[in-house]
Every structure is written in structure tokens, then in C-alpha cells.
Ligand binder design. Structure first.
Ligand code: CP
Length: 317
């Protein structure tokens, strides 16, 4: 792997190699010794121009568990406030000697620009670019779904995933639509018409405006955060109406299939897109998603920085 920028062009073969590697890393580090010497001497920078809890911390944990050195950069408090560009910031950090950049940026396409501009030689991982893509989130979501449906270990055909809510502002929705459909799943986007982006008809997904009509058919219900910070307009009449029409209430939770799971990439707006009853229910795998993020990001860093994909039983050194 050269860079990890999106799931749009990722083959199912590559995705399963990453998921298999993550599973093997989970097996190896599921003991008292969580640390591997694999990336000793390598330096990874977390270059974050937007806020993050889960992604930044799990990339840091992943890099450290592979014995890499980690530099954390946050735009807040940096020379970005003095007008320094992405190019100059990245080149400045590379001058300190780095092997990979994990980039989160508010501009869609920023990671691709950094990877393909020739500004730096380091590998680039997209940790979320604007409303475009969040490929490692989709990979950890696929890993989580796979762990709950072992009959679909190498093929997600027959699984139906609903992605519900603020599709318009979501990079998670797009990355998941491409990845999960490539693995064989049926994907349905569920949202009010005001929260559906133009061009969604090109996505490998079906579309529904009615959560109640699809909820009973879903194996995984992925609720999306209402991204108020990206909204300059009013996209629904009131929070109360949104929660009524599109929130995962206790009543809707009870209409789900017996083995269906509840997912959310976080952070959650409890009481808006998801009720506390759903977030804290037995069906909820939200904290599993967080835990799986570490091993999936370990696999991505391992494969980017020279490791070959590993199948079960192989040695990682
Ligand atoms: N899921 C996700 O990207 O969360 P953070 O914004 O906290 O990283």
C-alpha cells in the first residue's frame, strides 16, 4: 500500500487483507504484552487540523503498540493561526524526519492533495477530509460487522446495513457505502431529503426516506451524528421532529432483527439521532468500534510502512 486515501477504489481483496492483518494483530496483542517491535525506528505524525478524540488517540495507540515514535500536531495553538499553509506545515514536520502522516483536515481532498502533490515523501493516511471520506472508520466498521456475523467472514452478501441520518455532512457514510458494498453487503441510506447530498444516486447504495419501513430488515443500523457545526441552515424543523422521524428510539430498537447490531462512529448526540436506551443497549457495539479502531489502524500502519499482509498464523516481526 502506498497511501490510504479512500475506500472508493479499494478492492475487496485489499480490504480483507487489512481486516485479516488487524485480526491477527488483535490475536497477538490480546495478552499482557500489547507492544510489538515492528515499527521501531519509524516516526508517524498525527497532523490534525480538525478536532478528534477517537481517531487521533487510536492512531497514537496503534503507532505506539507497533513501537513507532509519534508526533502529535494540532492546528490549534500552532503556526497555522499565523497563516502557515498545509504544504509548509507538512514540509516543516517532514524536515524533522517522519515516515507517515495521518491527516485530518476540514477540506475535502486535502489528504489526496498532500499525497499526490510531491510536497513530502512520507506515506499519507486520510483520517477524515471534510465531508468526503474517512477510510479507517469504514474499515473498523467492517471489522466490527464481520466479528458479529462469522458466517459472512469472507463475503458480506446477505447482510443489510442501514446508514441513517446526516448523510449530507458525513464522510463516514460515503466511505462505508463504498467499502461495505464492495465486500458484498446491501447498503441503504436513510435520511430526510434535506440531508442527502447531490450525487448520492452514484453511490453503491439504496435510498430511503422512511426509517420505520427498513429498520426490521437491517442487520446493522449505523446511526450518524447530526453535524450541527457544519450546518449554516436549518435542515429539519426541530430536533424533536428529527428525533421522532430519524432517531433510534427504544421503540425502533425493539423492531430490529434478533441479531442486529447498533453502530455509531461517535461522538454521539444522545437524545437526537440515538436514544440512551439504544446507545447503551445489548445490541450496541459502539465501544467495540472504538476498540477495533486500534487494531485496524495498527494493520494500516503496518502495511503502509513495509509489512506484508498477514494471514492467520503468520509471524509478525
Ligand atoms: N469517529 C470519529 O472520527 O471520531 P473522532 O472525530 O472523535 O475522531
Amino acid at each position: 500500500m502506498n497511501n490510504l486515501l479512500s475506500t472508493k477504489d479499494m478492492s475487496a481483496k485489499t480490504a480483507f487483507e487489512i481486516l485479516d492483518t488487524a485480526r491477527e494483530l488483535a490475536r497477538i496483542t490480546d495478552g499482557p504484552n500489547k507492544k510489538l517491535p515492528t515499527l521501531r525506528g519509524r516516526t508517524i505524525v498525527n497532523l490534525f487540523f480538525e478536532d478528534s478524540t477517537r481517531t487521533r488517540l487510536s492512531f497514537e495507540a496503534a503507532a505506539k503498540r507497533l513501537s513507532a515514535d509519534v508526533i502529535n500536531f494540532s492546528a490549534k495553538g500552532s503556526s497555522v493561526s499565523k497563516g502557515e499553509s498545509l504544504k509548509d506545515t507538512a514540509q516543516t514536520i517532514e524536515a524533522m524526519g517522519i515516515d507517515a502522516v495521518v491527516l485530518r483536515h476540514s477540506s475535502s481532498g486535502a489528504a489526496q492533495r498532500l499525497a499526490e502533490s510531491g510536497w513530502i515523501k512520507a506515506k499519507v493516511v486520510n483520517a477524515g477530509d471534510g465531508t468526503h471520506e474517512h477510510p479507517t472508520q469504514a474499515l473498523l466498521d467492517a471489522y466490527t460487522i464481520r466479528s458479529h456475523f462469522p458466517d459472512h467472514d469472507r463475503d458480506f452478501s446477505g447482510l443489510h446495513v442501514g446508514i441513517v441520518g446526516d448523510i449530507l455532512h458525513s464522510r463516514v457514510a460515503r466511505s462505508n457505502a463504498y467499502l461495505l458494498s464492495s465486500l458484498g453487503a446491501k447498503v441503504t441510506m436513510v435520511a430526510p431529503s434535506t440531508l442527502i447530498p447531490t450525487g448520492v444516486d452514484q453511490w453503491p447504495a439504496e435510498l430511503s426516506y422512511n426509517l420505520d419501513s427498513v429498520i426490521g430488515d437491517l442487520d446493522a443500523v449505523m446511526m450518524l451524528r447530526v453535524q450541527s457545526e457544519r450546518m449554516s441552515d436549518s435542515y429539519f424543523p426541530s430536533e424533536r421532529e428529527y428525533a421522532h422521524d430519524y432517531g433510534l428510539s427504544e421503540n425502533r430498537l425493539n423492531q430490529m432483527k434478533e441479531n442486529a447490531i447498533v453502530m455509531h462512529p461517535g461522538p454521539m448526540n444522545r437524545g437526537l439521532e440515538i436514544s440512551a436506551a439504544a446507545a447503551d443497549s445489548k445490541r450496541s457495539v459502539i465501544l467495540e468500534q472504538v476498540a477495533n479502531g486500534v487494531v485496524v489502524r495498527m494493520a494500516v500502519l503496518y502495511m503502509l510502512l513495509g509489512g506484508v499482509p498477514i494471514a492467520g498464523g503468520s509471524e509478525i516481526v
